[in-house]
Design a protein around this ligand. Structure first.
Ligand SMILES: C[S@@+](CC[C@H](N)C(=O)[O-])C[C@H]1O[C@@H](n2cnc3c(N)ncnc32)[C@H](O)[C@@H]1O
Length: 189
């Protein structure tokens, strides 16, 4: 059975694909993340590791579908996200991509991430390190996980700081790009 999710005055109905993350209900972490950000018309948004696309499609309802990119390394996820975008009349950009590798866009206001569970930190490390240059100055990387220390340390070392909110057992991290260079590559003195 699929589910219905209300967002920005509309009801989204993602198709239930059993091989994808949380196919029959929206994950609490998935929902916690966008609830901490304010979407505005015209913002450029990337939902990386989009799964069925719920987060990016929600964002598209406010920022405009033409300003939203959804990426996933899993072909089933990309197919499902495309179907959900079509069903809901949201012509977002959907890209099959290993992290940012196949994405030729930057200048994002927001990069939204719910990284894969049950893996080592290699994927999350790429999402964070390579995400820095994909943001515009003032743009933010927003990430939800159940783990605190590694993510707080990593985001602080790359961005120079991070804000953490805990909600429903999840940590939501917001790190802003404030400079052209990553914090851990800036010259001292
Ligand atoms: C925890 S799920 C989150 C799915 C969706 N964002 C949500 O919140 O419902 C993590 C997603 O990251 C994707 N993923 C894993 N490794 C990836 C990579 N290297 N590049 C892009 N996506 C990846 C998985 O296929 C999966 O869809």
């Amino acid at each position: 059975m699929g589910y219905r999710y209300s967002c920005a005055g509309r009801t989204l109905t993602p198709a239930p694909v059993p091989t994808l993350f949380s196919p029959d209900h929206p994950d609490a972490g998935t929902l916690a993340m966008p609830s901490t950000v304010t979407f505005r018309q015209g913002m450029r948004v990337l939902d990386l590791g989009c799964g069925n696309g719920l987060v990016g499609l929600c964002a598209a309802l406010t920022v405009g579908a033409e300003n939203v990119w959804l990426c996933d390394v899993d072909q089933d996820a990309v197919d499902c996200a495309r179907k959900n975008a079509d069903t809901n009349g949201l012509p977002v950009h959907i890209v099959l991509s290993d992290a940012y590798d196949a994405l030729d866009v930057s200048g994002f206001d927001l990069i939204l991430l719910n990284p894969p569970y049950h893996t080592d930190f290699a994927v999350a490390k790429r999402f964070i390190e390579k995400g820095f240059n994909r943001l515009k100055i003032g743009g933010e990387l927003v990430m939800v996980t159940k783990r605190l220390d590694w993510y707080r340390n990593k985001l602080t070392s790359v961005f120079g700081g991070v804000r953490v909110t805990e909600r429903d057992g999840y940590c939501i991290f917001r790190a802003q790009r404030r400079d052209y260079a990553r914090a851990n590559t800036r010259k001292k003195g």
